[in-house]
Design a protein around this ligand. Structure first.
Ligand SMILES: [Fe+2]
Length: 106
């Protein structure tokens, strides 16, 4: 992936922390990645709102998934329960399932 593309995204290129067995540092990097995704999907939502309803419909649901992912990492790092974000099974996609032909594995 080009470094220019990474710069444009405003996201950090994910690499292991200096201590590659520091699980909390790894989770914090994942959290930061989810937060960067939220910022970028929010930008796309704002770009498409009122202009491209089909794209907006998909993007707002992806944004909701990213917010959910952020809550999982917050829960893993800080032990705060995200009761409203509970999944019934690993990989469940509450918000984007309707846009995909890929079936969830139960
Ligand atoms: Fe995510």
């Amino acid at each position: 992936m080009s470094t220019e593309f990474i710069k444009i995204s405003g996201c950090e290129f994910l690499q292991l922390p200096p201590n590659p067995t520091d699980h909390k540092a790894i989770l914090e990097k994942f959290l930061k990645a989810e937060q960067s995704a939220i910022v970028n999907w929010d930008k796309i939502c704002k770009m498409t709102l009122g202009k491209d309803p089909t794209t907006y419909d998909i993007v707002k649901d992806i944004l909701a998934e990213e917010i959910e992912h952020e809550s999982w990492f917050l829960e893993l790092i800080y032990g705060r329960p995200s009761v409203h974000m509970r999944r019934k099974y690993a990989g469940e996609r509450h918000h984007t399932k309707k846009h995909s032909r890929v079936w969830d594995i139960t």
